[in-house]
Design a protein around this ligand. Sequence first.
Ligand SMILES: Cc1cc2nc3c(=O)[nH]c(=O)nc-3n(C[C@H](O)[C@H](O)[C@H](O)COP(=O)(O)OP(=O)(O)OC[C@H]3O[C@@H](n4cnc5c(N)ncnc54)[C@H](O)[C@@H]3O)c2cc1C
Length: 404
Amino acid sequence: MNKVGIIGGGAAGLMAAAHCKGDVTVLEKNEKLGKKIYITGKGRCNVTNNCALYEFFPNIVNGEKFMMSSLSAFPPPALMELLGANGVRTKTERGNRVFPSTDKSSDVISALVNAVRKNGAKVLLETEVNSVEKRNEEFVVNTNNGEFTFDKLIVATGGVSYKATGSTGDGYKIAQAFGHKVVSPVPALSAIELIGDVKPLEGLSLKNVSASVKIGNKTFSRFGEMLFTDKGVSGPIILTLSSYINRFNLNGEKLCIDFKPALSPETLDARLSGDFVEFRNKDLANILCGLLPKAIIPYVLNQSGISGSIKGHSITREQRYALGYSVKNLMFRIKKLADVNLAIITSGGVELKEINPKTMESKLVNGLYFAGETINVDALTGGFNLQCAFAMGRAAGLAAGEYQ
Ligand SMILES: Cc1cc2nc3c(=O)[nH]c(=O)nc-3n(C[C@H](O)[C@H](O)[C@H](O)COP(=O)(O)OP(=O)(O)OC[C@H]3O[C@@H](n4cnc5c(N)ncnc54)[C@H](O)[C@@H]3O)c2cc1C
């Protein structure tokens, strides 16, 4: 019987084990399976995104074309059906985000483990793979629990984010040992650290703002929600931006926030003008409270070069223009993205050109497969990353299975 080894019992590895036919063994270094799945979606697990595939693909930042085959064969409804068949009903929330109806990520893990058991695959916990080599058409896998040999091997070891969950980049070393190129891992869906003191803004949450980063002649821009942290910025639009700018040298680049993206500069100027007439005897800092969150006002005044104690009636047209400009273009300098260990996912990994997108088999080594975050695929938030990992895992599992 075809002996298949699967390194990694995360999203991709478990899905591979649920589909692979033969004598299948999952080698997982942790004491339990799916440790990262457990912390996804703040413990609720945003397991997929129930949108049409043509809407799904643009959410893949790297590997959109590569993912077409495996995702078309295993789209979100198929995943929801599999979870249902293994005891977990799902619900769809805002933005087509799908969660288990119990809001418990542990239920998703249980469903996957159930599917693995039904398929008859074995699981070896606390079994860490140290190295792999190919001898006489067999994969010889060295672990802390001894040596194993397999006819086929699926590497599903994840990236290098949240290392405490077990993803420590081991798959990259295995791939490199077999001659594969690995695109250097960088943070994706990451917070952005800023230069200068933003501590007074910590906890400030903004809605309906636009954040943009201009690098060379390219501008990356997103509209929606964001928040300030002790060191910089985070939140949905910042995480998304980070995934598009993570390959640039960001030190010193400008992050620009538009607090009133719905207002044209002329409309905003008319609004300011009206406010300064209406509240002519009030201090500027107080007048701006009607327009902006209080904590941000000193930053807007500082950039505009205007004192907050000036009265509404004495503000000049030039000062008003400067204020309007800062409200729509408040600048911060970027230091860097947060450490990759704190990023939601890792961008980079095994080079896609060297993997068959339909079967996930290496184009360099027969019988070697890769799946999940360990390869150079990353997507935006919303359940897209897990769905990609599941689709790749299934494709690899089916292909490595004995009926192939
Ligand atoms: C905080 C957080 C929240 C997230 N929320 C979401 C969300 O809501 N929705 C979403 O779609 N995505 C989310 N993600 C991303 C998602 O979790 C990953 O994309 C997904 O888990 C990748 O699956 P994987 O199987 O490739 O890797 P992993 O889930 O990282 O699994 C890899 C497994 O391999 C094991 N392993 C590694 N090396 C070895 C070795 N040498 N020997 C044996 N075993 C090994 C690891 O222990 C681990 O269990 C989130 C990520 C984080 C960090």
